[in-house]
Ligand binder design. Structure first.
Ligand code: SF4
Ligand code: FES
Length: 222
């Protein structure tokens, strides 16, 4: 039995008022994140019998405003996600409107960002982040991971836009590299690595910006 099934059983049989958010029941939609024995986890992806010795305690995700019981407010989370321009940007907008447009990519180019594209926006990484515990304005590991996902995509031309956003007071330099975001991610995404790579790109870019420096596309600076 999963923790989600147990909670639904409790809701059906003992307390109809328990508030839970869920949808897919298969670790795909990212809706059922909660604190389970102190760690952010997906309730549909966690087995009750893991805790047969210790007992099981659930609570709402940390670092999010509480709505009720196990439901937290994700508006701020999605605003931060949107702030990093999480889609392919092309300098020629008209090109994207043409159905004949084709953006080719080889296997090595795909590997640059593939793991980051597995993010289901469950928000567990942000709940685990010690920086977000002290700085609610921090962009956070999820959005920074997605900033890198598009910066690293060879089809994208919006890297400078995103690097400017993340190279800010509440951006990449606030990360202490605790690595807890990557530890709790249920999809194998490594936001801590993404933040390190964004830092490297920002530093490379500032060197390239020096007068007399050769022009170089961002993808070449990885
Ligand atoms: S990076 Fe992982 S933990 Fe964070 S929102 Fe995406 S899937 Fe969830
Ligand atoms: S219910 Fe969809 S991820 Fe758990």
């Amino acid at each position: 039995m999963t923790v989600l099934s147990a909670l639904l059983y409790a809701k059906e049989n003992f307390d109809h008022s328990i508030a839970i958010r869920y949808s897919c029941r298969m670790a795909s939609c990212g809706s059922c994140g909660m604190m389970i024995n102190g760690l952010p986890r997906l309730a549909c992806y966690t087995q009750v019998n893991e805790f047969s010795a210790s007992g099981l305690t659930v609570g709402p995700l940390e670092h999010y405003p509480l709505v009720r019981d196990l439901v937290t407010d994700f508006d701020g989370f999605f605003s931060k996600h949107q702030s990093v321009v999480p889609f392919l940007v092309r300098e020629n907008q008209a090109e994207q409107e043409t159905s004949e447009s084709e953006y080719r990519q080889n296997g090595a180019e795909l590997d640059e960002f593939l793991q980051f594209s597995y993010c289901i926006k469950c928000g567990l990484c942000n709940a685990a982040c010690p920086t977000l515990a002290n700085d609610s304005g921090f962009i956070g590991p999820q959005a920074l991971g997605q900033a890198y996902r598009y910066v690293a995509d060879s089809r994208d031309e919006g890297a400078l836009l995103r690097l400017k956003k993340v190279d800010s007071r509440h951006g990449i330099w606030r990360c202490h590299f605790a690595g807890s975001c990557s530890f709790v991610c249920p999809k194998g995404v490594d936001p801590a690595l993404a933040i390190q790579r964004l830092r490297r790109l920002v530093i490379s870019k500032s060197k390239l910006d020096r007068p007399g420096a050769p022009l170089m596309p961002v993808h070449a600076a990885h």
